[in-house]
Design a protein around this ligand. Sequence first.
Ligand code: BEZ
Ligand code: FE
Length: 296
Amino acid sequence: MRNFDEHNITNAAIDSVREARSPRIKEISESLIRHLHDFVRDIEPTQAEWKHAIDFLTRAGQMCSATRQEFILLSDTLGVSMLVDAINHRLPSGATETTVLGPFHVAHAPEVANGAMISRAEEGPPLLIAGSVRNLQGMPIADAVVDIWHADDAGFYDVQKDETALSSRARVRTDAGGNFHVFGVVPAAYPIPNDGPVGNMLESQGRHPYRPAHVHFIVAAPGHVTLVTHLFLQDSEYLDSDVVFGTKDSLIEALNVAPAELAARGPKPQESMAMLQRNFVLADALDPRKPQRQLI
Ligand code: BEZ
Ligand code: FE
């Protein structure tokens, strides 16, 4: 193998993976090479531009830490996370739609009882977050785990602040009727972390870094497809220009007034309280006996 030029290098690179460890690795490697070479032929970068691209990826890697994942932000802001999500969630009609996970989920958030306050009072006006979990036939699912997290009224997650205790996040289980409720605070729209290379990229692409106000949910129950989604607040800015392309009409909810008897059990019993309410619908899990595509 020698004497490569712009006409034969692509086939040579594809041929180099013919003995890949698995058919899937071969398929992915061949496609990656083909598309990457086509990209380079399309843009015909100067050597300075290619060095700039390598420097960009290097800075993205250097920005990553236990609490910062620049490559997820890159995937999110280029629409790739939502594309992967869509490909993997071709759910039956009636099931609640999915959206991006984002980088601020914390595994094993504290499990709380229904009716718990999950935010610190100073984080914003109280919000009753309530709903139910049902299957496609409308039957309530008891003991489903509803993992909830959201930003405060200044647009910050607990993990972005200099605090040791978690806040505005918890896991709650549905009761026998499939219902759950907790008290959080009304979250604000916020910019994704934009002090790194992804922020520079957005600026040079003429884009803002904001996401509309939302509350995140992961809803899990045995025998059902785990749902990763948000509810977006109807009055929020940026619903039509979410920097990570995550907004869906079916996930937008208006804030209503919480029923007085529930608001009375919240952190400010005398005041009227906003309520975000949704009945989540889970699809049935895939049949485990059906053959799945071989993993890498
Ligand atoms: C979020 O909603 O938490 C999020 C999603 C994608 C990128 C940054 C933040
Ligand atoms: Fe978020």
